[in-house]
Design a protein around this ligand. Sequence first.
Ligand code: DIG
Ligand code: MN
Ligand code: MN
Length: 389
Amino acid sequence: MTMSFTPRPEHRFTFGLWTVGNPGRDPFGAPVRSVLSPVEIVHLLADVGAYGVNFHDDDLVPIDASPAKRKKIIAEFRKALADTGLVVPMATTNLFGDPAFRDGAFTSSAPRVRAYALQKTMRAIDLGVSLGAKIYVFWGGREGSETDAGKNLLEAQKWMREAVNFLCGYVRNQGYDLKFALEAKPNEPRGDIFLPTTGAMLAFIGTLDRPEMVGVNPEVAHEHMAGLNFTHAVAQAWDAGKLFHIDLNDQAFGRYDQDLRFGSHNIKSAFFLVKFLEEVGYAGSRHFDAHAYRTSDAEDVKAFAKGCMRTYLILKEKAEKFCADREIQGLLEEIFEDDGAMDRFKGKFAPKKAKALKSHSFDRAALGKRGQPYERLDQLVVDLLLGVR
Ligand code: DIG
Ligand code: MN
Ligand code: MN
């Protein structure tokens, strides 16, 4: 059953303006590709089969644009969306590029910077909502420290909480149909970034006034930078009802944030992620927060975008084959076999249940003798991914 790996709107593949628009600048080199306009990026994404486009406020409207220029840019962007049928599922604020944010935005030690960050974000929310965004991402790239000598860590948490609570209040007061998705990253550009993992973000959300308005936007590269299993983080977010958005890319462990083409480095972990998302019926955007190699020319950038979507669709088909594979399913039945003998101890606590369990006799030696066929199962996954099954 080989389906065509052609992206369609129902796949909900999205890209940020900053992804295929990345001109190839890096900390050690100047841009290598011409800068594309938002309109050119929308048409490029339409050409490769994307469903939607996302943006930081400054990606669309330069921070120093005149009101007339702003109006023109937005009108042209709207027309490109209408001409191509692309939508804007998500928007976000650039709170990391301008020098004003060099010591953070919501957690800057300077009150004026913290207030300015709120103002910039409210204006960016207005823009995002006006173009159709229903999810608003916050990535705190500058929220952190190089030395903790100058930071009050409890104040920083409080300021972050106040900012998110304030913005939830703003969204409610405006009557916007908008939810927030917090994106974690352990470091870069700050030496250490506050709330460094998706798990940390999930704990933080529980301290907010309106936690129901706030979820997470896990990114593959960022959890990998922390040495973590990305699909485990996604599963925890899903279990908490907080997987509001997801940033797909790839990343070698122990490296700077590479934002590689999806599935280009860890194909097996990408497979387990796609299998999870498809099995649970994740209905949100499949957002590729990634960019082409600096060595890529314009044509290779399009190949990068096509590759992100193609790999996702190939792995989606592999996941379907996994679920239909009788030998794999046979092993899973063996692994999860249950004779029902422990049913009386399952579920919520009850004094009688605890009493009976405490007095139950287990054959501990027999428990230790039972192995699991994970080698056989994992080799079947490898066979599947290598195309020999
Ligand atoms: C980086 O991983 C961040 C920023 O690009 C943006 O704020 C967010 C949107 O996906 N990801
Ligand atoms: Mn990243
Ligand atoms: Mn991201």
